[in-house]
Design a protein around this ligand. Sequence first.
Ligand SMILES: NC(=O)c1ccc[n+]([C@@H]2O[C@H](COP(=O)([O-])OP(=O)(O)OC[C@H]3O[C@@H](n4cnc5c(N)ncnc54)[C@H](O)[C@@H]3O)[C@@H](O)[C@H]2O)c1
Length: 467
Amino acid sequence: MIAHHAATPEPAAANGEEPVSTTYQQLKDKIASGEAIVGIVGLGYVGLPLAHALHRGGLPVLGFDIDPEKIEMLGRGENYLRHLGPEMTGDLAGSDRFEATADFSRLGEADVVIVCVPTPLGRHQEPDLSYVIDSARAIGRCLRPGQLVTLESTTYPRTTRDEFLPAMLEEASARGVKLTPGDDLFVAFSPEREDPGRKDHSTSTIPKLVGGIDDRSTELAAMLYRRGVSQVVEVESAEVAEAAKLLENIFRAVNIALVNEMKMILDRMDIDIWQVVRAASTKPFGFMPFYPGPGLGGHCIPIDPFYLTWKAKEVGHATRFIELAGAINTSMPHWVVEKLSLALNEHAKPVRGSKVLVIGLAYKPDIDDTRESPAFELIELLMDLGAEVQYHDPHVPVAPKVRKHDLRMKSVELTADSVGGFDAVLIATDHKRVDYSLLARHASLVVDTRNAMREYASDMGARLVKA
Ligand SMILES: NC(=O)c1ccc[n+]([C@@H]2O[C@H](COP(=O)([O-])OP(=O)(O)OC[C@H]3O[C@@H](n4cnc5c(N)ncnc54)[C@H](O)[C@@H]3O)[C@@H](O)[C@H]2O)c1
């Protein structure tokens, strides 16, 4: 059970200076002394490691999630995010400074509330802020003077000020609680730059942007994050922080599209894009390598850019780079399937009736995250053409239901016999735990979208096709 501390005495206003807001000063003192209780709403890929980082920084942390299974697992010290390891949840479960709960009426106990809930797209590619607004309302129902609330969910500029804050204030005001932002309520946006599976960085080492709706909010939020993150960068406003996150992800989406387009052109000219990227990467400035693939995956890059596309319409502007990148990236699974069918054709086989093994269901190597993974679309496109498709993924034993697909499949074992039984193997994701030499020895045909078979290219000859 997290201990609650008495409020600090009211600070005196300095002579001739603006009186210091009591609640501001109290909250500042609590953060500085490590007594501020941090409530984290949404304990997923972003919220859970953040809870751990702030807890490690000495703060008491109260985690909130609507998923009771996650709460129960955290109580037992188990980690539902396997790539983060059991030590993280073991540390939290064994501490009297951490609790996880689905009881949102306890939000008032927190001095700081951090929101890390999903921001998906709706059916027509429009932003779905329902999770963010639900969270704002839940916070508003418990809001009291002297709280700092930060939003971490990726979203379009002005969400924090124009949508998140009003939803909180409206709920608070319905209870007769009137709060003045900048005086007794502090609100900031701080984007998450988590990259699941990355070993050289973690939540606490990735520099964190913080932008408040006013200077005090920025200051308090930066102080808070400094307790768990080694480098905090204060920016001019919540809007700068919101837009910076989108720029980062749009930059990736556009550059991935560029290299995918180069791949399709160079393929016709019989030039290997992987060799070209490697050659260009020797330039010590002005070039950053991006790699081609079968399409975009993950919760961020395929989705976030369209938050700006939607918002840009409001100011009468088209996001042409984003839409062009989106069109190229979403066409990639179709291009890969065409390459596969041409490769089968070379072996005198039609796609219909061919047995195809897809390697890798997760959207990137060495993790089990399947959100927006292009492997699902590859499988469905091949099935639509009449192929008999199975998959192998050491991290995803059973295909989960995802936003657009419900495959109801299980990972097959990778053995000499199983591989030999397929007409083609399609590498969608290059997990380290896959035995590529086994594929090189036993597959009749490998279509490789990740350059995973580079070591075996000369031995395989026409049995290997890059796509
Ligand atoms: N996953 C990443 O690598 C990553 C990186 C940067 C930014 N982001 C952004 O961070 C945000 C969260 O993403 P994520 O990957 O952690 O999502 P996630 O799906 O892994 O986790 C979200 C959690 O929120 C919970 N939740 C949903 N509605 C809730 C509510 N009303 N109250 C409390 N909990 C609720 C869900 O049960 C889930 O546990 C998104 O905006 C995403 O774009 C994610």
